[in-house]
Structures are given as C-alpha cells and as structure tokens.
Design a protein around this ligand. Structure first.
Ligand code: HEC
Ligand code: HEC
Length: 204
C-alpha cells in the first residue's frame, strides 16, 4: 500500500477518535424536527403518543430520563416507529426534538445527543447486513475487499461517510434500510468496513 493511503486511513481514524465532526451545522433544530416530523403524531396524541404541551403525559415518560427516551425514539417503542419513521434523522436531531417536546419549547438545543446507543458491534452489523450489498458490490456499492473503491470516498472524511450511511447515498437507503440502528451503530460498521478494505489481503 502506498504511504498516501496509509495517511488517508490514519487521518480518518484519528478524526474518528477525536470525535471531530464537520456535519453538525447541517443538523436541524429541535423545533424544526418537531414541526416537520414529530408533530404528525405528537400534536394530536395519535396512537397514545404523549401530546406536546401535556405536562402530565410527558412526565410519565420523561421520568425515565432523557437518555432512555432517546433510545426509545431511535429504536422505536410501541406504535412509535424507529426514528419517528424518518431514518435519515441523526441521533442529535432526535435528542433535540425530544428536549423540545419535553420542555414545551423552552429547552435550548443541546450540542450533543443524550444517547447514541449501540445494539450490536460494527463487525456483527457488517457481517449480518452490510455484506448483502458490499460483498459483491451490488448496485455499485464499494466492496469490503476493495480499498481502491473506498479511497476516493474517504476524501469526505469518516464523518462524511457516516453521514452518508445515516442519510442514505444514491442506491443505498438511509441507515442501510435498518431504521432502528443508532448513529453509533453505523459509525462502528463504517469504520469496520473501511479498516477491512485497507488491510485486506487476498488469500493465495
Ligand atoms: C407515527 C406516529 C409518531 C411519530 C411520527 C413520532 N412519534 Fe413519538 N411516539 C408515538 C407513540 C404512539 C408513542 C407512545 C409509544 C408507547 O409508549 O407505547 C410515542 C412516544 C414517544 C416518546 C416516549 C418514549 C418512551 O420511552 O416513553 C418519545 C421520546 C418520542 N415519541 C419522541 C418522538 C420524536 C422525537 C419524534 C420525531 C422525530 C416522534 N416521536 C415522532 C408516535 C409517533
Ligand atoms: C441494499 C444494499 C446496501 C446495503 C444493505 C448497504 N449498503 Fe452501503 N452502499 C450501497 C451502495 C449501492 C453504495 C454506493 C452508493 C453510491 O453510488 O455512492 C453504498 C455506499 C456506502 C458508503 C459510501 C457512501 C459515500 O458517501 O460514498 C458507506 C459508508 C456505506 N455504504 C455504508 C454501509 C453500511 C455501514 C452498511 C450496513 C449497515 C451498508 N452500507 C449496507 C448499498 C448498500
């Protein structure tokens, strides 16, 4: 492998370790997310959704703690679909929306998610799901054993790739079609795939 490739991988992994993000600015406020998405059920109380402005209703839920509420909203709970049915919302956007609804609009937007739970390891997720397309390069998916296919994509940085996995990218659906996954799950899976591709050695 050329030195430059090493540098790209090392640089991306260092950014990952530092948690540096260049995507935060694009994320929407709690108010925006609630108005666009959550209010479809939480304004009227559809299917038992706690209503915005209903202090007693929300207290029942919010005594679990905001971290727990975020986990439920990410994975889905009862009749509430994972990510409110919008898998392209980031965990941060979900956290902000919850803070907004629980405080009835008084909460300032927090700068980080209350929780970004993991339900599986990156390796498990890749082997059980991502390989369906990334093993044989279905619909142009960069293959796990093909670092050359990943190299140009790495120019957008690890955060950019994680953002693509969250929001979807061309033929790849948002959250790879698994709406219950958290941002952290996807980050772990992307990291695993990129490291695998960079260290892949064909068997003779
Ligand atoms: C399709 C309808 C629907 C949409 C859209 C929706 N919710 Fe819900 N939500 C529900 C229902 C129904 C419940 C009650 C679930 C239960 O407790 O069984 C609920 C419960 C919740 C809870 C409480 C979870 C708990 O652990 O008690 C939170 C937090 C929440 N929603 C956040 C959100 C956020 C944030 C959005 C927007 C991104 C959203 N919801 C969009 C239907 C919806
Ligand atoms: C249904 C098929 C499918 C599945 C399942 C799938 N992918 Fe993809 N993925 C694709 C395709 C197709 C592309 C190439 C899209 C394009 O043209 O840029 C892609 C591209 C990507 C990229 C590069 C995005 C970019 O910005 O260049 C990442 C990162 C990625 N996938 C991560 C994952 C992860 C992580 C999983 C498992 C959780 C997964 N994919 C599962 C089809 C899939």
């Amino acid at each position: 492998m050329q030195t430059r490739d090493h540098w790209i991988v090392a640089g991306s992994l260092a950014m990952l370790a530092l948690g540096v993000s260049n995507t935060m600015a694009a994320e929407r406020t709690g108010r925006d997310v609630v108005e666009l998405i959550c209010s479809a059920c939480h304004a009227s109380g559809k299917d038992g959704a706690p209503k915005i402005g209903d202090v007693a209703g929300w207290t029942q839920h919010s005594k679990k703690g905001l971290a727990k509420l975020t986990e439920s909203a990410i994975a889905g709970i009862g009749k509430m679909p994972a990510h409110g049915g919008q898998p392209n919302l980031s965990d941060l956007e979900i956290s902000r929306a919850i803070a907004f609804m629980v405080s009835f609009g008084k909460a300032v937007d927090p700068n980080k998610p209350y929780a970004s739970p993991t339900s599986t390891t990156g390796e498990q997720l890749v082997q059980s799901h991502c390989v369906n397309c990334h093993d044989d390069g279905k619909s142009g998916a960069p293959r796990i054993d093909d670092f050359n296919a990943w190299k140009p994509r790495l120019q957008k940085g690890m955060d950019g790739l994680v953002r693509s996995a969250i929001s979807g990218h061309k033929a790849m659906p948002a959250r790879a079609g698994m709406a219950q996954l958290s941002d952290t799950d996807l980050r772990n899976a992307v990291t695993y795939m990129v490291v695998q591709s960079a260290t892949y050695k064909p068997r003779n």
